[in-house]
Design a protein around this ligand. Structure first.
Ligand code: PLP
Length: 309
């Protein structure tokens, strides 16, 4: 009987390559993305006990490579997983990118999702893998049209992670069932995405989307929620802020209320694959859009030369 699988769970993404990594020795081998490669007792498969990163690669290169690897290492620390050896993960990453480019030379833009599992119950021998995939098609349309978002109560107060580190806020773990449930809620209510707010009654602040961050503009000042409030510190948001600062803009982490979003000159959702998508409405209320700000922010997250930062 074939073992249960997570990686390679059918239907396998088309135009993907799968590279398996032994994170201890650095030994890699390419596998068929449709092949069963994890046993049913793997902690990542039945507990979500592991970490991952999703990285954008395009003709310009690898985006926010260093920021992804640093966050991956921080996530490993938070879960008390063995520290990923940067040399091993960098080398395997390059191998996966090269394998994808060899297999699909026409691919302009693709993602590399890399993950580390604690391993099977019996041995707890960590396992790593890299799965590539084409970038989702719908983001190009949403970049022009903007997206409609609905607000959701996250159920926990802001900054609760300080006293409750076991919530693993800020770590990019493989436990995404809650994030996916929020995405389904959004779709069922006619929204393109859901924005989590903290459970603080009248003092509630915006946190993040299930798989993306919030950035708003007041003129040429960009604001985003403080990661310490209980959200993932986005590599795209960090890259955007660095590019904006270099161009003379002001940036800041801030507690943002609902009124701040409604009163912003423009607002975006940012993530590695989305880069920056403008927000068109919040709970049915139209949000301001500004073509010039959008054009400039678009340029910040679409650098000609991907910074290896
Ligand atoms: N917040 C969450 C919960 C995410 O899952 C992600 C990305 O997947 C982000 C924010 C955005 O992070 P990044 O820009 O590094 O992709």
């Amino acid at each position: 009987m074939r073992p249960h699988t997570l990686v390679g769970m059918s239907p396998a993404p088309r135009q993907s390559v799968l590279l398996l990594l032994d994170p201890g020795s650095g030994v890699t081998h390419l596998a068929d993305p449709g092949d069963p490669v994890l046993t049913a007792d793997d902690r990542s498969a039945h507990r979500g006990d592991g970490i991952f990163e999703t990285v954008l690669v395009d003709a310009a290169g690898v985006h926010n490579r260093r920021r992804h690897l640093e966050r991956f290492i921080r996530s490993a620390e938070a879960l008390e997983l063995p520290r990923p050896d940067p040399a091993i993960w960098e080398s395997a990453f390059d191998e996966a990118v090269q394998a994808h480019r060899r297999a699909f030379p026409e691919a302009a833009e693709f993602s590399v999702r890399y993950a580390l599992s604690r391993g099977p119950d019996a041995a707890l021998a960590p396992r790593g893998w890299f799965l590539t995939a084409p970038a989702p098609a719908e983001y190009a349309r949403q970049r022009t049209e903007g997206i409609a978002i609905g607000s959701l109560d996250r159920g926990t107060p802001a900054y609760v992670g300080k006293d409750a580190p076991w919530l693993l806020q800020g770590a990019k773990t493989l436990s995404y069932a809650v994030n996916l449930a929020a995405g389904r809620w959004a779709a069922q209510h006619g929204y393109d995405d859901a924005l989590f707010f903290s459970h603080d009654g009248a003092n509630s602040i915006a946190l993040e989307f299930p798989t993306a961050n919030l950035v708003i503009a007041r003129g040429r000042t960009l604001l985003t929620p403080d990661p310490g409030a209980g959200l993932l510190h986005g590599t795209t948001q960090q890259g955007l802020f660095a590019a904006a600062e270099a161009a003379g803009w002001t940036t800041a982490y801030a507690d943002l209320r609902r009124e701040d979003i409604l009163g912003a000159d423009a607002a975006w959702t940012t993530s590695s694959l989305r880069r920056a998508l403008p927000l068109a409405s919040l709970d049915g209320e139209e949000l301001a859009r500004d073509a010039e700000l959008e054009r400039e922010v678009f340029a910040f997250v679409h650098p000609d030369l991907a910074p290896d930062t």
